[in-house]
Design a protein around this ligand. Sequence first.
Ligand code: DOR
Length: 433
Amino acid sequence: MTESQFPDSIVIKGGKLVDAGGERSGDVRISGGQIVAVGEDLDADRVLDAGGCLVSPGLVDLHTHLREPGSEEAETIETGARAAALGGYTAVLAMPNTKPAIDSASVVKDVLELGRAALIDVQTSGAITVGRNGEQLAPMAEMADLGVHVFTDDGSGVQSDALMRRAMEYATGLGVTLAQHCEVTALSAGTAMNEGEWSTKLGLGGQPAEAEELMVMRDIALARLTGARVHFLHMSTAGSVDMIAAAKASGLPITAEAAPHHFTLTDACCATYDATFKVHPPLRTSSDVDAVKAGLASGTLDAIATDHAPHTPESKELPFDEAPPGMLGLEYALALAFTELVDGGAMTDADVLARLSWQPAAIASMAEQGRPIAVGEAANLCIVDPSVTWIIDDSGGASRSRNVPYVGRAVRGKVRHTVCAGEAVVIDGEAQG
Ligand code: DOR
């Protein structure tokens, strides 16, 4: 075959293909935004070498703080999407705790419009309540009409039982999913970290595991009452994992995610009062970390979601109890998962890719993401070399912020190329455009 037979085509050559259907070797030819051939010895105008790599459906992040509109000094849609592309993501779901909050059709439109210029597919969640103030339901229907499938007040949980019940009834009618940040503020107000041995030693206000678990328990009860589809964000405690396992076993349509920091770091990391380690929900104990890992391995936790939360260096230099919570994640999640979960013996590479790609894509109803690597499918792919080890540095990568809690950590797995909608947006680890 000659090059001219495949104008503007790309072939991903020599990788191992991994998707929901299993693993096999093969080349992938892409043209016009789609996969046009899968097989041996394929040619194209441009060859992306995938020797030694896994070729997976692109990663999908259910939980990305892009900070635009309102906090562009920390991140923009453009910079966050670039970080995501470098991390192997082809789609992210933006969280609505922007300024203003993403709580109306007009803000949804603005975010989607800005997202169209980004390297990858930027989709957005919408707020459950107006201004995320927990008092009045947001106009979910007008946002759903624009394609919003997931609603959340993330950054806060909806405190009122009655309002959450109403939100679930409304969401059921609309066929959308509610994603809860589980935190009972009556128990978390004034706290800076997990309640336990370390909060006592450090003299910092501690938040008990129950601040998360009481809301998990309530929302499971309300999901049973209303039939709503509920997704539990950033689960951090052993008790939460147990309740979700039991609720799923009883047949409720619930899903849950864990963030990389909750299977990697413990509250002992706060020992130096470095606010890089401040996050909501807080870093917990090593037995919670083990439970989160086990929950991911068993499938109780369906997805790994970054909770990528950029904050400026100035804000993270504030005293621990005054600094904002949150840490970067998009460029580290895949390598942390391979290192902590696969090398730790709990899961296979394919299990990790399931939690990072096709399972989150299904939760967010992203029809063109997480799809099998097959002819006719949209070409959204992550090509990762699982054998490369590297040391995480403090640069923050493509993010505008640098709040990286993993500095100095050796990890395995490096994204080589990312292909989004048929375009090579990362080639040999370099973002294009
Ligand atoms: O640590 C966090 N930071 N948790 C959240 O839920 C919100 C996020 C943020 O927006 O900074």
